[in-house]
Design a protein around this ligand. Structure first.
Ligand code: NAD
Length: 308
């Protein structure tokens, strides 16, 4: 029988693409429940699903921040989820001083507690059936902090700690956890963030910090998306591989062009190499703006972490 896959956040980006790809699996291994907070946005998904709509793909309402919405959605499918993909998420960038606690809590409610809420709902069924797979769209920012992304990175670190802990218990029930860690992905995600920061004033932030954010970080970030950004299709291929794997990995990074940065933390567990190198890339190496991660070859990264 096909496996029931429930995905959150399918109105755009990675979630939409994943839902469509799984629904078109040539071996018809999946029955996809593609969920979104606002069903008013379902047209793009339905058009992309084509003839799979109503066959291997159904669309359902699900707001990961609402207990009622989660209960309602799961009652419609008798709670039998074989694969849960926690994809819904939101970003938050900017100087800490200028961000409200409410905005930060909203990020945690969505990115962290949204996933926890869904896991609590599907876990009893998975445990009873002694099978299941929980996939979490984390980020390389779940592995290492990134300047001006303090709260977003914290929400992804929270996911990493939570799901790594849970993975140990769940092995006993034949339930697998996989944290997928993309680098920059070219979706609406970045556009939404840039629109948000273009009008934000970040009250209470000193001029130096504002200058670093607007004149150094924002152009560097745009350049990073341009130079090493992946398409949602590439990320989805990695997720499909994880879902179809007989022994799913706990962690899977999707972007080899970003791995020189994640390696900095692996090779120096004190953390200084990562912090100092990324500080230097942003504040001292002017070539970063034009060359992105190719900066590795201009010599501004220590030799021992340069790829051969
Ligand atoms: P996206 O903005 O296109 O997709 C995020 C989706 O989550 C949207 O459809 C949005 O409506 C939905 N969502 C937000 N709050 C929700 C809620 N309360 N209930 C239900 N749905 C909600 O961006 P994306 O790039 O496709 O992001 C998908 C995931 O990938 C996110 O978890 C994001 O953190 C992660 N990610 C993105 C990038 C990137 O650069 N785009 C990099 C690494 C990880």
């Amino acid at each position: 029988a096909p496996r029931t896959v429930l995905i959150s956040g399918c109105s755009s980006g990675i979630g939409l693409e994943l839902a469509v790809q799984l629904a078109h699996d040539p071996k018809k291994r999946y029955q996809v429940v593609a969920t979104m907070r606002d069903l008013g946005k379902k047209e793009t998904l339905e058009a992309a699903a084509g003839e799979a709509l109503g066959q291997t793909l159904t669309v359902a309402q699900l707001d990961v921040c609402s207990d009622e919405s989660v209960a309602q959605c799961l009652s419609c499918i008798q709670g039998e989820v074989d694969v849960l993909v926690n994809n819904a998420g939101m970003g938050l960038v900017g100087p800490l001083e200028g961000l409200s606690l409410a905005a930060m809590q909203n990020v945690f409610d969505t990115n962290f507690f949204g996933a926890v809420r869904l896991v609590k709902a599907v876990l009893p069924g998975m445990k009873r059936r002694r099978q299941g797979h929980i996939v979490v769209i984390s980020s390389v920012m779940g592995l290492q902090g990134v300047i001006f992304n303090d709260v977003y990175a914290a929400s992804k670190f929270a996911l990493e700690g939570f799901f790594e802990s849970l993975a140990i218990q769940l092995l006993q029930f034949n339930i697998f956890i996989s944290l997928v860690e993309p680098g920059p992905v070219v979706t609406e995600f970045e556009g939404k963030l840039l629109a948000q920061v273009s009008t934000a004033e970040f009250p209470g932030t000193d001029p130096d910090t504002l200058h670093y954010f607007r004149d150094l970080y924002l152009p560097a970030s745009r350049e990073l998306f341009r130079s090493v950004g992946q398409s949602p299709q590439d990320v989805v291929q990695a997720i499909v591989n994880v879902i179809s794997s007989a022994r799913p990995p706990l962690r899977r990074q999707t972007n080899v062009r970003y791995s020189p940065l994640t390696m900095l933390k692996t090779v120096d567990s004190s953390g200084s190499l990562y912090v100092r190198t990324t500080h230097r890339l942003l504040f001292r190496c002017p070539r970063l703006l034009s060359l992105g991660l190719q900066c590795l070859s201009c010599g501004c990264l220590p030799t021992r972490v340069r790829p051969r």
